[in-house]
Write a protein that binds this ligand. Structure first.
Ligand code: ATR
Length: 268
């Protein structure tokens, strides 16, 4: 019998998870269909009842449901608890569980490019939901994190939760950091960057952009022009998706197939 998986989000049409996950199921010959579930926040309770009744086998969860899904689940992981967000729902026996694969997905995307010395310094731009998972992942590795945000109060709140350092975006200078992350939505379908071009002066570290549409964002283009190593955002999407697939199926994910499915839908 065909097993049903899917992504729950609102809106959901733009999500790339269906292409990536369906390609993985097909490559392994698993009888599964990965659907799009467009669920408004007020419909979430009813939808989770449906997941339980129809035995939907697993969910990817995206905006704006990642935080508000928590009370509807039977159990959530320590990581998801600390981040305060779930992006993966799976069954453990009759227990509907929540996990967060964004944090390890991010770390896998950047870790290979970082220097091997221990006192790495990272700057995270933005203090929203994406930033929480990223700051958590960096602090787990013992990395010193400075959070730069347009609204300083939000940077302070995030810094207090994860023992980071909060600054206003106006004070950002890339030089001195080993890693700079854009975790704002600035650059999505635009040629804008949250960082002014001269602020990259003297930077020779790694720049990562959580935005992946386009892949070569203004943020990454400016960083590279100043000598940075750049990592595009689809690497985090891929890595969090690989972990989701492995949680749902217990099998090794076909990473190359998933990468290929993603790259067919992304624009340079
Ligand atoms: P998400 O959950 O996807 O991270 P969010 O919670 O809306 O989304 O957070 C968006 C982040 O992008 C915030 O850090 C926001 O800054 P503010 O807290 O000051 O709003 C940041 N952001 C959005 N537009 C921005 C802009 N034009 N310039 C700088 N930062 C911006």
């Amino acid at each position: 019998m065909t097993q049903i998986y899917g992504i729950a989000a609102h809106p959901v049409a733009h999500s790339l998870s269906p292409q990536m996950q369906q390609a993985a199921f097909d490559a392994l010959g698993l009888p599964a269909r990965f659907e799009r579930f467009d669920i408004a926040p007020e419909e979430l309770g009813t939808f989770i009842n449906r997941v339980r009744q129809e035995g939907i086998c697993g969910l990817a969860v995206s905006l704006p449901l990642k935080e508000i899904i928590i009370p509807f689940l039977d159990e959530i992981s320590e990581t998801a608890k600390k981040i305060g967000a779930v992006n993966t729902v799976y069954w453990k026996g009759s227990c509907l569980c929540g996990e967060n694969t964004d944090a390890p997905g991010f770390w896998e995307a950047v870790s290979y490019s970082l220097p091997k010395y221990s006192h790495i310094k990272a700057a995270v731009i933005g203090a929203g939901g994406a930033s929480r998972a990223i700051v958590f992942a960096l602090k787990e590795q013992g990395i010193a994190v400075s959070i730069f945000n347009r609204t300083i109060e939000k940077a302070k709140a995030l810094a207090a939760d994860f023992d980071g350092n909060a600054q206003t975006l106006d004070d950002f200078q890339a030089s001195g950091f080993d890693l700079v992350v854009n975790a704002t939505s600035v650059g999505l379908k635009s040629d804008l960057s949250p960082v002014l071009e001269p602020d990259w002066e003297g930077f020779a570290g790694v720049a990562f952009d959580a935005v992946f549409d386009p892949l070569q964002t203004r943020f990454l283009q400016d960083a590279r022009a100043h000598g940075a190593t750049i990592i595009t955002g689809e690497t985090m999407l891929l890595n969090q998706g690989i972990r989701q697939f492995e949680i749902w199926t217990g099998k090794n994910a076909p990473a190359e197939v998933m990468q290929e499915a993603l790259s067919q839908t992304l624009t340079l």
